[in-house]
Design a protein around this ligand. Structure first.
Ligand code: SAH
Length: 478
């Protein structure tokens, strides 16, 4: 029987978790349906990858404080799309230690007589607290967001906080003196520790500063990144563009499998982290650029530069036409699109599929259990590859078996389809390859088939050819 989830007592008011009270299996089913509804027009949507334990996954926690009429301090989150505070003591999806620190700061703010900032009057000091934890390293960064750099008895405050939570590895004062709904201001003053946390993903260490983006669910992020890199099917010779690269995670994790990585990212702090992360991990084949990704791509295209693979991971608003049109001009063989906004993904896929690309694989990942959000990774390949990408060599059937996971999957799907629709008929990779060539579909680069048909090779019988053609039609490959 499916487990009934415990319902959070403030679920309705908070609004962060759309799926409170819905079993996790049902959440996954709904997200699958939503993703399929949006994306199946581009091709098959694989089953969503869910979590084994969908609780307390968020490594980034944010809280806001408020003075109550009775002199107490309340702590919680803003109601969705408003600035009304919903008091919250603990949350099912947030790091539990971080939630405890947030409660301790409430207690200390009262005893240290720290004034809580009032958005209406603009009076007061403490605006928000932001906590980041490194799931693997156990490091914890506490950012006290304040309206002014003058924080009374700050040394004693830091001492008292660290005494109750020795797990804190750094404390930063962030100055936000603007009338804004943004949480962080521009300036950081380090009160204790390094001013950032380190965490590990896929065997690499990353520094993450307060302003840099870092995925909030590290368990699922590792799976997502591995999938994205596997889809790119790298062979140590590629030039890979990691667009919207943040602190450089995806590109660096892929770096061993490629010739060169170029990362581009708009946020200056994230790029500083990325450069430092490359050093930290002794990676020498990555270069980072602090630029708008669209602008950067336009410049690359104008200079006539090339990229073999573009990995793109834009924010929820998706990419833009400057970027997408330059992807088309640069003409990488593969585009791996990591998306946290399925609607904008649809918009961008419409553009790319209209301009010579086809969705080859699509897998949703549940990075945000209980919330409405869903992450998706999509592989796009060029419809037709350039003749230069093929090498004339003679090979035998045995060689054909050693193909990439991606190509194999496609071949496996064709085999399965043929068997299911033709009383278990078996067709070999070689026969599929022959029929694909005959139909004018170029083969993936690791299928180095001879251009002239070799008489020594077995030829696909008519009946099997027809069955394969049917399968290719069913998969909309012809
Ligand atoms: N790939 C990274 C970051 C993904 S989040 C990771 O997995 O951690 C999206 C990133 O795009 C953020 O770091 C954000 O700062 C950056 N970004 C937003 N708009 C951008 C733009 N126009 N050009 C380049 N980067 C941008």
């Amino acid at each position: 029987m499916e487990q009934k989830e415990n319902v959070c007592s403030v679920a309705k008011k908070c609004g962060g978790c759309r799926y409170q009270g819905v079993s996790y299996q049902e959440q996954l089913r709904r997200k699958q349906r939503i993703t399929e509804g949006l994306l199946k027009k581009f091709g098959k949507v694989e089953p969503i990858i869910g979590m084994e334990d969908p609780y307390y996954y968020r490594n980034k926690v944010h809280a806001t404080y408020k003075h109550m009429r009775n002199g107490d301090i309340a702590v919680g989150r803003y109601e969705e799309s408003s600035h009304r505070l919903v008091p919250i003591e603990s949350c099912q999806i947030e790091d539990q230690k971080a939630d405890e620190v947030i409660q301790t700061i409430r207690k200390l703010a009262k005893s240290f007589k720290i004034k809580i900032f009032n958005e209406d009057s603009g009076y007061g000091l403490l605006r928000h607290v932001l906590i980041r934890t490194g799931r693997k390293t156990g490091e914890m960064l506490v950012v006290l967001v304040v309206a002014s750099p003058v924080f009374p008895s700050k040394n004693n405050f830091v001492k008292a906080l660290r005494k109750e939570h020795p797990e804190i590895t750094s404390i930063v004062l962030n100055i936000n003196d603007k009338k804004t709904s943004m949480i962080l201001g521009e300036r950081n003053i380090v009160l204790y520790g390094k001013g950032y946390i380190q965490d590990e993903l896929c065997g690499y260490t990353f520094r993450i500063s307060p302003h840099s983006f870092y995925q909030v669910n590290p368990v699922q992020t590792e799976r997502l990144y591995k999938k994205a890199i596997r889809l790119a099917d790298l062979k140590r010779k590629e030039k890979v563009l990691d667009a919207y690269c943040g602190i450089g995670t995806i590109g660096m994790i892929a770096s061993k499998q490629v010739k060169e990585v170029i990362g581009v990212e708009l946020n200056r702090d994230a790029i500083k982290d990325a450069i430092s992360n490359a050093k930290r991990n002794h990676i020498h084949n990555v270069t980072f650029y602090n630029e708008d990704a669209g602008q950067f791509m336009v410049e690359m295209a104008e200079k006539g530069e090339h990229a073999d693979v573009v990995i793109m991971d834009p924010p929820r608003t998706g990419s833009d036409e400057a970027f997408l049109s330059s992807v088309v001009r640069l003409a990488p063989n593969k585009v791996v699109y990591v998306s946290c906004g399925p609607e904008t993904l649809v918009r961008d896929l419409k553009y790319l599929t209209k301009h010579g690309y086809r969705m080859k694989e699509c897998t949703p990942f549940d990075l945000f259990p209980f919330t409405k959000h869903v992450e998706t990774v999509v592989l796009l390949s060029q419809l037709r590859q350039k003749p230069d990408d093929y090498i004339d060599v003679d090979i035998d059937v045995a060689e054909l078996e050693g193909t990439s996971a991606e190509t194999k999957a496609t071949y496996e799907k064709i085999k399965k389809y043929v068997a299911e629709h033709n009383d278990g008929m078996k067709v070999s990779n070689l026969y599929i390859a022959q029929v694909k060539r005959k139909c004018g579909i170029e083969l993936a680069e690791n299928f180095n088939l001879p251009k002239s048909e070799d008489a020594r090779q077995p030829r696909c019988p008519k009946e099997k050819e027809e069955a394969i053609v049917e399968a290719l039609k069913a998969f909309q490959m012809i």
